[in-house]
Structures are given as structure tokens and as C-alpha cells.
Design a protein around this ligand. Sequence first.
Ligand code: NCD
Length: 359
Amino acid sequence: MAAPKAAAEPHRERRWREFHERPLEEKLPLFFRDGALYDCLFSQQFTRESLDRLCTLADRMRSITKEKSGDDFLQSLLSNKRAMLYFSQPSTRTFLSFSSACHILGLRVLEIRDLKTSSVVKGESLDDTIRTFSSYVDLVIMRHHEPGFVERASWGLNGTQRPVPVINAGSGADQHPTQALLDIYTLNRYLQGGLDGKRILMVGDLKRGRTVRSLAYLLKNYTGIHLSFAAPDAFRMQPDILDFLNRHDIPYEETDDLLAAVEKADAVYMTRIQDEHDKSSGDSKKIDTSLFHFTQKHLDRLPENGIILHPLPRRDEISPEIDDDRRAVYWRQERNGMWIRAALIATIFGLEAKILAKK
Ligand code: NCD
């Protein structure tokens, strides 16, 4: 009997695979339109110039809203547009800060947070669901558990008669570029003299934490950066990021000695163990991670001008008592997320010059 033939790959799947496998540098220009940012999918899309501009715009929007007339002005800018927040994974602050960012610009928001309430349960493909969004909204902000899915959504929408921009609000354990934007904004605001020349220490689950991955990519835009990584053996920073740092001549070290690393750090970036990914990489509850918790003794050794960041949510890697120290900036970091996301949306809709010109 002849061996059964392997099932042919459907045409669309093949086209997507061929696109997805292209080197990122080749694809990056496709996420811009007329030289302006359109889809925000990867940290590698940002340059020093675009980061500086976003931070300036976020500062400006922040100060404009202090007056009611300024707030009304911003809200008039996108009041004819709608955004879809499509979140297939849990989220508190990314969801709320994006929704608030939309409100700042007057964008009305539609949301799907539970795929069980969409037609996916009737057997509709995710491709078709995403395509449906473009019939109703002007921007898709998307968090998805599969690493490549947000890129696939942008690829799918770009080929339709009504393409709309897509923002990655977290794609599996891969990237979370807008978190990295708010981290950069926060580092620049609270590090004396800005980010250039600073030592950043990343702690926790560096293997599966998408925030540290995206931030590492963005840090190549700053000069004189030094990185330290402190993680349990099972959760060390992955070779693709180390390779990226080597290619960009960014010095880094890996260490188990959190206390000594904190003493030398300008910024400590804490993360939680990402046990939602345990299925694919063992049971993290069996691993002792207590050596990578930030406690009073670490605080005592942190330089006077040092700062502590955390993308949140936290578990026990930072105890709430640390919050009272002025160097703990993670609650301000959370609020910064709303402003930088508002600046990002304004940039995508070509509003930067208009906002900066506002008296
Ligand atoms: C992070 C995430 O979702 O990756 N949270 C966030 O967006 N603020 C970090 C985390 O969940 O640990």
C-alpha cells in the first residue's frame, strides 16, 4: 500500500509562513507608511530619534491635559475614530492604560477580552475574526498568547481593502514593545541625566518575560549602556537576546549575586516568574527563586540615585514596604504607560506636529 501523502499546506498558511520567516530587517519597512509609523509590532522598529520624539510628545500631552481646554483639544483629535482592544490574555494595566490613552484622544473603544464571547467558538478562524474588526474600527490593539499572532493580524489586515494599524500589546513570551516604550520613558524621567551611560540590572524570569526582551532591544538606541542579568538558572536571558547585545556591542554580565549587582546598578528592573508558560518549560513552583527577591537589604545597598522598576503585576519578588521608598518608581511607571501609549497612538494617526504646536 502506498504511504499516505502529507497533507498539502493551505495556500494562505504557506503565504503567511513565507512572510513570517523573512528576516525582521527586511520586514520592518512594511510596518511604516510614507515614512511614518503605522503598525507597532516590534521594539526593533524604534530609533533613538523616534524614542526621543515619543517621550517629548508624551510630556507635552501630559502638560496639555492639566487645563480643561487642553484636555478638550486632545479629545477632539480622534473623536471620529474607533479602536478595538482585543486581549486574549489577562491584563489589568496594559488594558486600562490603552483604554485611557484612547480616551485622552477621544477615540471610542470596543473590546473583546474573552474569545469565548466571539465567533471563534462558532468555528470562525482568527484570521476572519481579525478581518472583521477592520470593518468597524480604525485601530486594533492586541494582546495574544501566541508569539507570532499579532504580526499575523497586521499581515492579514494589510492585505484587505480597509487596512487598519495594529499595536502589539503583548505577544506570548516574545515581545511587549509598548511596555518597553513606557520603561524607556520612565528610565529617562527618573534617572539623573537620562539613560545614556547607565547600568541596568534585570532580575527574575528573563527567559519567558517578554518585557525584558523588548526592553533589551530598545536599549541599543542609547550609548554607554551596561546590562546585568540576575535570574534562576532555569530562567536565564535567552541566547537570541545575548546575541543581539553582542552584535550591538552592549556589554552585559550574568550574576547570581543580587546584592553585589544592586550596589552597582542605576536601575533595577524586577520581574515576576511567568508560570503561565510552565506547560512548555517545567514546573517553576519547584524552583527556589527567593535569591532573586528585592528586600530591605537590597534597598539599603541601592545607590542614592538608583531606581527600581517593575512592569507589574508583582508577586513576592518585591515586598510592599519597598513601595514607600522614593526610589521605587513602579507605580509612576504604570501611569507613564498611559501617556506614552497616548503619544504612540497620536503618532500613528499623524498628530504629533498638531499637538506640539498647541499653545
Ligand atoms: C507584563 C506582561 O503582561 O508581560 N505585564 C504588563 O503588561 N504590565 C509583565 C507580567 O505579566 O509579568
